[in-house]
Ligand binder design. Sequence first.
Ligand code: HSE
Length: 433
Amino acid sequence: MNNTINLAVLGLGTVGTGVLNLIKDNINELTRRSGHQLVVTHAGTRRHRNDIDPSIHQTADLMAITEAEDVDIVIEVIGGTDVAYEVITHAIRHKKHVVTANKALLAKHGNEIFKLAEEHGVQVRYEAAVAGGIPIIKIVREALAANKIDWLTGIINGTGNFIMTEMQQKNRKFGEVLAEAQALGYAEADPTFDVEGIDAAHKLSLLASIAFGIPVQFDKVYCEGITKISLQDVIYAKELGYTIKHLGFAIRREHGIELRVHPALIPSQALLANVNGVKNAVMIDAHPLGQSLYYGDGAGAGATASAVVADVMDLIYVIDAATPSDVPHLAFIPEELSDIGILPSDEMTSGFYLRLTVKDEVGVLANTTRILSDNGINIDAILQRDAHKSGLVPIIILTLPVLEKQMNTAISQIEALGAVVEPVVRIRLESLE
Ligand code: HSE
């Protein structure tokens, strides 16, 4: 021992501050593990911070930091896709290794950024971009490298899971819980990314890429958020033995890959149904391993910093190696990335929860079940509740898995029935088998 590894932390928000604190708190262990002294030489920030180590050079000139001689690894925790893109590509061109937590950027520009890094002989590490502190990138890229992955699913947005859990368990209002998630540093700068499923779609596109060896294809992810889930549906689902969670699915099918994020009913006894609060969890079905589940904090300063600094530690081995090399950015060697197609939403398969609001008339249930049967849809359960004061009756139907286009046809025929007075509420249902 021991030469130093110089770090630049770009962005001193929740995550950047968490990284500085982690390095300070755990410096002895980090040195013992890596054989190097980790030193933060620069911090990129628009506003000078008086509460951080005065030996760290603070500046708003991010480009100058990425060029600095005394920077070995650039840690980008600014977020967003504009400045972060410029800074990361600049750093790569100046042969700096990069660690980023920026899923939005990698979902959009990952293919290009990884190619640029390969051309310049540096690495871009992104463990913190997916599922916060759970080391899921390392698990899929390295620990499961011997397996063929058939599907993965997970709760990959902590804010969304926090909101759903508080609503379900405590009957709290959506807006109030979202404000709390923002105050706790879980939510994205633009919280619609969390509640509309976009953040989960960013992460799913990265997971799918390293699971199946396909390029990052965020624009092909089918995306629905949690904003339209009503307490009423949460309660009916519970009565039928299901819990509604917001999930991402990446599934290898015979004719292509399904990539989708949306709320789904899952059996209440399933492990994933019991992942609550800001926790994330990813379940992977792989051959020959079978199913495995990874669980932990999906957002917040400590969890995200844990993933960021683990990437730094890995990069130290890359820097140290006589002939530096690393796992391919997207787990498979670039020339072997497959062009297997992503299925359009019409071709996706899942079970469904349907809630109909109907007039209390003879034959309405019979007509509904006939339409489902005519479209080849197998009913798993039906629940008819007492009429509301208005005289309208809620009918809840659970179906077995069906092609989405069959369900679309059936729903439009059901909505055309005179007795069906409101649009049919539909939520996907997954048995997770
Ligand atoms: N807003 C994200 C979440 C942060 O809630 O999961 C971690 O990516």
